[in-house]
Design a protein around this ligand. Sequence first.
Ligand SMILES: *Cc1c(COP(=O)(O)O)cnc(C)c1O
Length: 419
Amino acid sequence: MARLRTEIPGPRSRELAERRKGAVAAGVASTLPVFVDHAEPGLLVDVDGNRLIDLGSGIAVTSVGNPAPRVADAVREQVDRFSHTCFMVTPYEAYLDVCERLAELTPGEHDKRSVLLNSGAEAVENAVKIARHATGRPGVVAFDHAYHGRTNLTMALTAKDMPYKRGFGPFTPEVHRVPGSYPFHDGLTGAEAARRAVAAMPDPDGIACVVVEPIQGEGGFIVPAPGFLPALADWCREHGVLLVADEVQTGFCRTGDWFACDHEDVVPDLVTTAKGIAGGLPLGAVTGRADVMDAVHPGGLGGTYGGNPVACAAALGAIDTMRELDLNAAARRIEATVLPRLRGLASDAVVDVRGRGAMLAVELVSAEAAARVAATCHAAGVVVLTCGTRGNVIRLLPPLVIPDELLAEGLDVLEGAME
Ligand SMILES: *Cc1c(COP(=O)(O)O)cnc(C)c1O
């Protein structure tokens, strides 16, 4: 293909991969070992001059483009003024701006507060801290196929053993795993799946929160049956259990709305965000009901870098871009283009096609099939990712600003690879 100058990975990437072995811990793996030189809209350009179509957005992060002009300008301007003070030492306005935007954009019209952090895992970790503190209860409920991060608490919440948990225990206690809703495999309605989930929970008097991804990400892009999330929210409200929506992957226009909970008008008590929030700079947040968030004593939440001013400036630039370019509509357009093409894939290896907005997936018969398809795409210069508890799902997370012709070209390659 004309975009490729060498085989993938090329000679310069292979040289760097050799150097990497002597410097980078082996536990850090890469999907596609091409070293990136720079990015262009919808493309990653590697050190050998190959131009790869990006259908992964660095795992749902660079939704607003890479580089994104408003993010880059905001970062430059901020870093020239100051790069850090620590909000816990001397605060700055950009942190407030981000918290106010989060209050406006997250589901529900109630009074809200936020805390800013550095990553998705840190956001989930803090949501649990806050929920325990506010309720005085220890228990946390998480679902089959859940992914919430790699810190000790979030590993405990994460379902998949390899590669995330194996050998890293013991894990934090008081985490209870229950079945969720996986309509393709369980055949249950949303209400039935919610009843099954609740029946598997311990006494609600001991549960601080239920942590749920409104569409499961790493676990396989699993869209719950309609009604599952609302039924769960109702049950939580009835029992004084806080509902934490982990929107780290689904948030900020990815599913065609600001948050995936919006599709079913579910209003969680707490929402965690990260990934797409700041155009590639590390930022995470917990946003939630003012009474719950403010239950924690002053000094109980924070961190040296949480809500770093450069990351906050990037987030403001990213959110402005989402509004100006109407990236919710862009995500819905991507769904309208991609979903029919995925449904039309003529391969016996495909068992299910699903997703919402620009978060779309093909479940295949086996992890081997998914790995083969991904490798074929990679060799042809298209970055696709896999996911799923069994590793048998190909997932697409294109930047929401990807040019139509690149998206079409990427799908051509995926179609070819399926055959
Ligand atoms: C990626 C992810 C996390 C962890 O975020 P990090 O920034 O990698 O710590 C948590 N929850 C969900 C749903 C995610 O997709």
